[in-house]
Every structure is written in C-alpha cells, then in structure tokens.
Write a protein that binds this ligand. Structure first.
Ligand SMILES: C[S@@+](CC[C@H](N)C(=O)[O-])C[C@H]1O[C@@H](n2cnc3c(N)ncnc32)[C@H](O)[C@@H]1O
Length: 250
C-alpha cells in the first residue's frame, strides 16, 4: 500500500518580546513564522509555512514502500543520480534518508575517499539502513539521527545535500534549511526532489507534493543560495537545484 497515496488508510505518524515602546514611531508586530489552523488536510499537521501546510512525517512502518520494486517504473529513480553530478571523493548528505534507497547509490558514487551523511529523524529508519550497510560492509556512510530543529551536519563541508520527498515533511523548514545552507561548501548544492503539485495525475497526497513556485518562495530568504536549475526529466517529481554563492553585501 502506498502510504502517501490518495485514500490510503495507512497510519502516518507525526514524529513528531517584549516589544520595546517607541514614543513616536509605532513598531509593526513581530510576524510569526508558522501559523496553526484547526481546519486542515487530514494528512497534514495543521501547521502552515508561507501558506503551505506541512505534511505528517511518513512513518518507518512505510519503509517497504520506499523499497518497492515498482519504484523504478513509477519514478524512474535510476535517472536521478546521473543528474546530480556527484563525483568520487565528494562529501554529500542524504537528508531524510529513510531506509537508504538513495544513500546506497550515493555511497557507490562518492567511493572510498568520499563520505555520505545519512540523516533521519526516525531511529527506526536508521536501524534499517544500518543493517544494510553492515550486510554490504559499507564504510563510507555516517548515520546521523537529527531532531526537528537541528540538521546535525558539520558546517562548510558538504558538496551536495539531497532531499528526496522530504522537505515538505520538515516541521521547521526555515530553521533546518538555514542549517543546511551553513553545512554546504561555497559552490555546494541543495537538491529538492518533490512530487509535482502542479500535475494532478501524480498519485500522491496533496500535502506530500510541492509546486516549483512554493519551493522558490521558501528559498527566497536564503540569500546565499542561487537557483541553478530545475530538471523535469522524472515522471512524478521536479528536481530543483540551488547552489551556494557568496551573498552580496548590502
Ligand atoms: C517519504 S520518506 C523519503 C525517504 C528517502 N528520501 C527516499 O526517497 O527513499 C521521508 C523521510 O524524511 C524523514 N524526515 C522527516 N522529517 C525530517 C526531519 N525534520 N529531519 C530529518 N528527516 C526527516 C522521515 O523520517 C522519512 O524517513
């Protein structure tokens, strides 16, 4: 059963100023970053960021869906890696790695001199991946359990951070993205792979999809990140790539 599909009954678990008085000039009230609504999508969290409802985290109980044999036919996953231009010796992260579907491929691409940080908020996902790594005697993957507000990656060390079907689940997208940007080297890339909200034929729940416009809107505050390209070669997902540049001094 597809845990992210329409009508699925699969249980998705949620992993879950004092204002200084100015005598003459009135200060505008502090904008809250997140908004909470009682009425919302049943698969969403009721927490909104820039008008987008944040999705519930896909439970580790759905890990089998991530490894399903039909994934190649449906998502053409084999076309993703070549588009990422990962090279031997690169230090990369599979952020929201899940059961490690992409971690395993990245590990081969970066080779013995490279490193893959496989980060996930659910320890059960990392346990599944850890077993695979031990079975195949893979030594270049570091497992990292993070939390809602912390990416737990080293600063300034990464050539690329990949998020496949993850960003829309982040409960603190602004705070986590800020740390992901810090973790990149100059020239490093942040890659969003998200199910297309624009295409109603993609059989995935609305809260688990994102439009290009929304991704661009959410990346707008990060002045060190430049939109490099958007690839549309996958049947269900966009691949939206940002590159770290020096922000212009105001
Ligand atoms: C739909 S799964 C995708 C897994 C994997 N990227 C793949 O394509 O096979 C989303 C994953 O993101 C993880 N996740 C959700 N919120 C997270 C967060 N704040 N930090 C790290 N991982 C998170 C979930 O635990 C889950 O494993």
């Amino acid at each position: 059963m597809n845990p992210l599909a329409f009508g699925s009954l699969f249980i998705l678990t949620l992993v879950v100023s004092a204002q200084t008085e100015t005598p003459k000039k009135q200060q505008s009230p502090k904008q809250e970053r997140y908004e909470f609504k009682k009425e919302h999508d049943p698969y969403g969290t009721g927490k909104f960021y820039l008008s987008r409802e944040i999705a519930q985290v896909m439970s580790y109980e759905g890990a089998g869906w991530l490894e399903r044999p039909e994934r190649e036919r449906e998502e053409q996953v084999s076309k993703l890696m070549p588009a990422l231009e990962v090279k031997a010796g690169h230090v990369v992260a599979d952020f929201g790695a899940g059961s490690g579907f992409h971690t395993m491929k990245l590990s081969k691409l970066v080779g013995d001199k490279g490193k893959v940080y496989a980060v996930d908020i659910q320890p059960q996902m990392l346990d599944i991946l850890g077993k695979r790594l031990r079975k195949d005697n893979i030594k270049n993957v570091v497992l990292v359990q993070n939390n809602e507000k912390e990416a737990k990656l080293p600063d300034g060390k990464l050539d690329m951070i990949l998020m496949v079907d993850v960003y829309h689940e982040l409960s603190y997208p602004y705070e986590v993205t800020e740390q992901l940007v810090k973790a990149l080297k100059p020239g490093g890339r942040l890659v969003f792979v998200e199910f297309r909200l624009e295409d109603k034929k993609v059989p995935i729940l609305d809260v688990h999809r994102m439009s290009i416009k929304q991704v661009m809107k959410e990346m707008e505050p990060f002045k060190d990140m430049r939109h490099a390209k958007t690839l549309n070669h996958l049947p269900w997902q966009h691949v939206i790539i940002f590159e770290k540049v020096e922000a212009k001094k105001e």
